[in-house]
Structure formats: C-alpha cells, structure tokens
Design a protein around this ligand. Structure first.
Ligand SMILES: [Zn+2]
Length: 226
C-alpha cells in the first residue's frame, strides 16, 4: 500500500480503518475501530515513535468509535473531537435537528460511548493539519478531514474502497454495508459530490485501501449512485 508519509492506516481485521496522522507535536488518531482495537492502534503508534495527542471521530457508528473509551482511558487528557451533530449520538440521543429530512432513518449500530468529547467540530475548523468538512448522509453529522499539507482526504464512510470505490448512497454489491447503514442516501450523494470537488490527492476511507489520485474513481462512483 502506498501512502503519504503523514498517514499510517491501522487496519483491524481487514475491514475497518483507523488512521494515524503525523503532526509535529505527535499523532492524531482518526477513528478507533471496533472494540478490541486498542492494542493494534498502540502498536502502530509505537512503531511511529510518537505519542497520540488527539483523537478525531468521523462519525458515531460503533465500528468507528468501538475503542474510543479504551483509548481515552489509555491516554488521560487526550483531546477527543467529533462533529457536534454526531456527538449527540455518542450518548444515544437520537432526537433530530430542525430541518432534517423526514425520510431519514438511523441505520447501523450506534453503540454509544462513555467518553465525553472535549471538542465539538464544525466545518472549517482545523485539527492540526486536518481541515474539517461536512459530510452528512451516512450519519447525520459525519465529517471528512482534508490534510492541507498533501490533500489526503480521510472521508469516513462517505466513500468506501472495499470492492471498488463507491459512495454510501447506493449499495455496492461487493460491499453493501456502508450504504445499508446510511441515514439518508440523497444527502450522502450530495456529500460525495462536495468531497469530490475538493479534488483530493488521496482517498483514505473507513473501509478498504487508501487510493491515490482518486478523482476518476470518485466520478464513476457518483455516476453509479446518481
Ligand atoms: Zn459508518
């Protein structure tokens, strides 16, 4: 797998990615995998020889926050950041925000967590070198993270690359899970289009391998789902 020197994927069971993003003051952990991923994440950080100083969550699904509590216990005082809308889902508060689509439905596992986020993110915020972009649809408040140094886009489940690059707006027959767990597919498609417009140099999804120069594949995925 080729990837940026700033980005280290931590793959758990070949299915769910967490990422370690190198910053001058340490590592940012993006997503925490399923429960039981703590040792694999810590081993990857140890190989990089730097402390984890921040945790950022792309969205509140259980396979992305499963080891949040274990990691937060391991790292007292660590910054924990998530989009404000999905932060409510960490406490299993499923009340809608005003103006959300009436045909949206919570799907997939919202397992919740005991850890209270220390930072609630909004589009345009920065977490180290990562710029926060809205990516709702798969969950109501999913965020994507663009590394402004090299335009790596960590996209959560807005796209997956397992079984080919696909949006979460339409099931990919080879890996339908992200679409089947999606809150509102039309919103997910709009987010996929918005993220494509960022012209990322590298796509780092929640499921599947990191893809270099993903533009054409993202275009095809959008066309497939449109
Ligand atoms: Zn998800």
């Amino acid at each position: 797998m080729t990837h940026s020197s700033n980005l280290t994927p931590v793959v758990r069971l070949g299915m769910v990615n967490a990422y370690l993003v190198r910053e001058e003051d340490g590592l940012t952990l993006v997503d925490t995998g399923i429960a039981g991923s703590r040792k694999a994440i810590l081993a990857a950080a140890a190989r990089l020889g730097a402390p984890i100083t921040r945790i950022v969550l792309t969205h509140a699904h259980g396979d992305h926050i499963g080891s949040l509590d274990a990691m937060a216990r391991e790292l007292p005082g660590v910054e924990v950041a998530i989009g404000a809308r999905d932060a409510r889902l960490l406490t299993k508060d499923k009340t809608p925000d005003p103006g959300e689509p009436a045909d949206a439905r919570y799907r997939g596992a919202y397992s919740g967590a005991k850890t209270t986020p220390t930072v609630l993110l909004a589009p345009g915020d920065r977490v180290g070198s990562l710029e926060v972009h809205a990516a709702p649809g798969h969950t109501p408040g999913q965020i994507a993270l663009l590394d402004v140094r090299d335009r790596t886009l960590i996209c959560g489940d807005a796209y997956s690359t397992l079984g080919g690059v696909a949006t979460s707006a339409k099931p990919n027959p080879r890996f339908p899970l992200p679409a089947l767990a999606t809150w509102h597919r039309p919103t997910a498609l709009a987010s996929a289009i918005a993220l494509r417009a960022l012209d990322p140099a590298r796509l780092a999804p929640g499921h599947g391998k990191v893809v270099e120069a993903p533009g054409a594949a993202m275009d095809r995925a959008i066309a497939t789902a449109s």
